[in-house]
Design a protein around this ligand. Structure first.
Ligand SMILES: NC(=O)c1ccc[n+]([C@@H]2O[C@H](COP(=O)([O-])OP(=O)(O)OC[C@H]3O[C@@H](n4cnc5c(N)ncnc54)[C@H](O)[C@@H]3O)[C@@H](O)[C@H]2O)c1
Length: 416
């Protein structure tokens, strides 16, 4: 059983035991004229909120059913369980009366879905993600629908998988694992899976925001790497941190490290042993890494992408991996998810995982809490939250949670 499935069972067990939500709230029904399978909580709730995938934990459900007092319907239809929910099913799920939707980053939230929500009387949508490139915010704003996201709880978790991909790629962990399992290990050899040492190398960042900074700290402090970064904005907090860390190293009699902001992507690529991508996905970052820029990188460099797939031209990357066996990459995201470009799966110098960067139990529960709180607070007329610290929502006492929407990205353009 997967850890998520185990969590679902645990969560349901808690609910059924009455710890959080009375067992009588469980019911299955077909919605509208469709045959969609949904799970209903608090059926007599006045407002109606729909959720396109079952989420971990119970706090999010308590927020919607107890704080908001809403009827909550979660799409549990087995046809969509392992995959992306199509627009037709989302529109069907919304039906003719729906106040808010909690949806996934894999879904297409644009005119069709927002118009359906508007027609059903809906005023708020929250993405279950910090990134919201799957949401056309202008389309939502055009019909006065607020759009929420879940910043502040993915940072360390995503940084950790970025570090994991970096190390796995550098030291060829997956290749070596496959070799072992295939029974090919016949004894220690001087040249068996020789990889790349990161200590005192150069770490390149494209995008030095929350996740980029957290990852940089892990890598610089763990491996004494020099840091080079490119971002539209100077990150003085990160620079000050690195200066302090370098001073500390020197106070211990060790060589310091450097932190340099450069003016071009190419400057990062040409000097770095590891390049990690952490910008948001927009027109300026689509195919930011292309054939030409791959050609600027060191022949044995490591490229890591845990941001969004289309930041890298994946066809060009496959060709580069094929032509440069010492070049390695670690990918959490792909251009045409859930598909990979032809040839990638056969590249032994690529470490590939299925978009699991935020998949720690704490983070996934926290994301659910923030998304639910965006919807609940917005529907209760609460204001936006004015701090980046999301812990009071996620880990604080349930009854003293701030009465605010954690993150509504178009709050200023919405009329209430
Ligand atoms: N793989 C996953 O599961 C996962 C999880 C969380 C976040 N993400 C992705 O990571 C991205 C970053 O998240 P964050 O919380 O660090 O966001 P953030 O807003 O804190 O940081 C993004 C940084 O990118 C910079 N940037 C924007 N355009 C740029 C450009 N053209 N060139 C260079 N830098 C540019 C911004 O100035 C900012 O510093 C998200 O937008 C999301 O797409 C992926």
């Amino acid at each position: 059983m997967s850890i998520f499935a185990a969590l679902q069972v645990a969560t349901r067990g808690a609910r059924q035991s009455g710890a959080s939500v009375p067992a009588t709230w469980y019911a299955r029904r077909a919605y509208s004229s469709s045959t969609l399978g949904v799970e209903v909580f608090n059926p007599s709730g006045e407002k109606r909120v729909v959720v396109t995938k079952m989420l971990p934990g119970t706090r999010w459900l308590d927020i919607l059913t107890k704080k908001l007092g809403a009827r909550v319907e979660v799409l549990t239809d087995e046809r969509f369980a392992p995959t992306i929910v199509p627009n037709s099913a989302i529109v069907d799920l919304i039906g003719d009366q729906c106040d808010g939707v909690l949806g996934q980053l894999t879904e297409d939230w644009s005119a069709e879905t927002f118009n359906a929500l508007k027609s059903a009387g809906g005023v708020v949508y929250s993405n279950y993600a910090v990134g919201y490139n799957n949401v056309n915010v202008d389309d939502a704003t055009a019909v006065n629908i607020a759009v929420g996201n879940t910043p502040g709880v993915l940072t360390e978790t995503t940084a950790e998988i970025t570090a994991a991909l970096t190390l796995a790629a550098a030291r060829r962990v997956v290749e070596a694992d496959e070799f072992m399992r295939a029974g090919k290990y016949l004894g220690w050899l001087p040249d068996l899976f020789v990889g790349k040492l990161l200590q005192r190398g150069t770490l390149g960042l494209i995008g030095a925001g929350r996740i980029g900074s957290a990852y940089a700290k892990m890598m610089v402090e763990g491996h004494y790497m020099d840091l080079v970064y490119f971002d539209k904005f100077q990150n003085t907090k990160l620079e000050d941190y690195m200066k302090g860390y370098s001073d500390f190293l020197q106070s211990q009699g060790e060589k310091g490290i450097t932190c340099t902001r450069v003016d071009t992507v190419e400057e990062v690529l040409s000097v770095s042993d590891v390049v990690s991508l952490h910008p948001l996905l927009d027109k300026t970052t689509h195919h930011l890494i292309n054939e030409e820029r791959l050609g600027v990188m060191k022949e044995d460099a490591i490229l890591v992408n845990a941001a969004r797939g289309p930041v890298v031209d994946e066809v060009a990357l496959v060709a580069h991996l094929q032509a440069n066996p010492n070049f390695r990459c670690g990918l959490d995201v792909f251009e045409d998810e859930p598909l990979m470009k032809p040839g990638l799966a056969e590249c032994k110098n690529a470490t590939i995982v299925p978009h699991i960067a935020s998949a720690s139990l704490w983070t996934r529960g926290g994301m659910a809490t923030l998304a639910a709180q965006n919807i609940s607070s917005f529907l209760q007329g609460h204001p936006g939250y004015d701090s980046p610290d999301m812990i009071p929502f996620v880990d604080g006492d349930f009854d003293s949670m701030p009465e605010a929407c954690p993150s509504i990205v178009n709050m200023d353009q919405i009329t209430r």
